[in-house]
Design a protein around this ligand. Sequence first.
Ligand code: ACO
Length: 409
Amino acid sequence: MTAVEYRSIPETHLDRALDLHYLVFLAKEPEDDVRALHREILQHCDRIGAYEGDELVGLLAAHPLALSVPGGELPCAGVTFVSVAPTHRRRGVLSGMMAELWRRCAAGGQPLAALWVSETGIYGRFGFEPATRSYTVEIDTDHPLVLRTEPDERPLRLVAPADAPAVIGALHAAGRRERGGRVARDGFWWRTHVLPEEDGGNDDLTPVRVVTVGDPGAEPVGYACYRTLGDDEGRGVVHVDELEAASPAVAAALWRYLTSIDLADKVRAWGRPLDDPLLRFAGDRDQVRITQEFPALWLRLVDVPAALTGRTWAEPVDLVLEVTDVELPANAGRYRLTAGADGSARVERTGDAPDLTIGVRELTAGYLGDIGAAELVRAGLVAEHTPGAAARLERAARTKLLPHTVDEF
Ligand SMILES: CC(=O)SCCNC(=O)CCNC(=O)[C@H](O)C(C)(C)COP(=O)(O)OP(=O)(O)OC[C@H]1O[C@@H](n2cnc3c(N)ncnc32)[C@H](O)[C@@H]1OP(=O)(O)O
């Protein structure tokens, strides 16, 4: 058997990479414009190929992302298009591509890697863990939305998708500073991932509509991106992709707008944060229902010290963490994490006795402020050697708002 080699996929092999991807995802050949979109996305990515001789048998692409973390942002490999030929499954091809990814992250100074899973069983073994969670929320709109918060009455305006990044980009960036797990968006990202004319996902949905709230001539104070699914009997569905608001009143105005669109009797919002104010100000909880909670962005701390010093901490803490990491042994070890009153942290290797023994996945679960270490001690996943240490780590890692992302890639 010829050995499999891992090397970059050149531009001349992009069509082979796409063919492999469609084969693996059981997809028909897409329309030309969808294929062109996928081609452009692959062009922007770092591309790892698994080659058996000259035959491409595996593909892993990585977007060069900047991911928001508490108090800042960090370089992050956004893993996507992971595909192994059906003839070469379970021979370690994905494992080989992952090993190559870790080398590239180290060489390129990316302390984080992130992805959205196709199946939840695949990526834990590589040290990934959900770092953000989302709700799918459904609202019955055959009667007006009952609101306990008075909606902002500033005008609503529909914005052409091509103009939207210039109009709402600043508001998105401001929201990104408030929540970890969000991708920095440039023109390419807005066009290919947020406002694509064709996404190849659901042909029946309209392109994205963008609505803003704000006084004419002033910066908008809120926006929503949504698509609609028509129905001959007037029972259409409004699919909300994204909603950002500078205040609860603005959020109430946007939800009122979305739930009062004619010829639709349902709003479905698939990726809402777990602390969405809608869930508090909705007056009738039978009308606004959480239908699903799902792990959203999976994260991997590829470089533990760089990740821990790259975020800010909510309160001073001084703890020794014994970090275990089977997949990346160089990442494992005993670290002293010292955070000061200004939120900045130092991380040093130490020989001191540990306060906590924590796996890299468990460290990731709370890294952006989601699942805390004390909860993971209660689940038997983190060992606490010093009483109260997990609660101290959890309090220091906490963020005002929960991490949240809708940037699926
Ligand atoms: C971020 C994304 O792009 S998500 C998309 C992921 N891609 C897909 O789902 C497309 C269809 N599937 C595939 O292409 C392949 O089956 C892959 C990529 C999921 C796995 O590739 P393989 O080369 O077979 O994986 P590899 O042989 O390296 O397996 C490594 C380990 O993961 C396990 N594993 C692989 N696939 C799965 C799975 N779907 N579910 C659970 N475990 C899995 C293997 O059993 C193996 O475990 P072991 O080390 O204990 O023996």
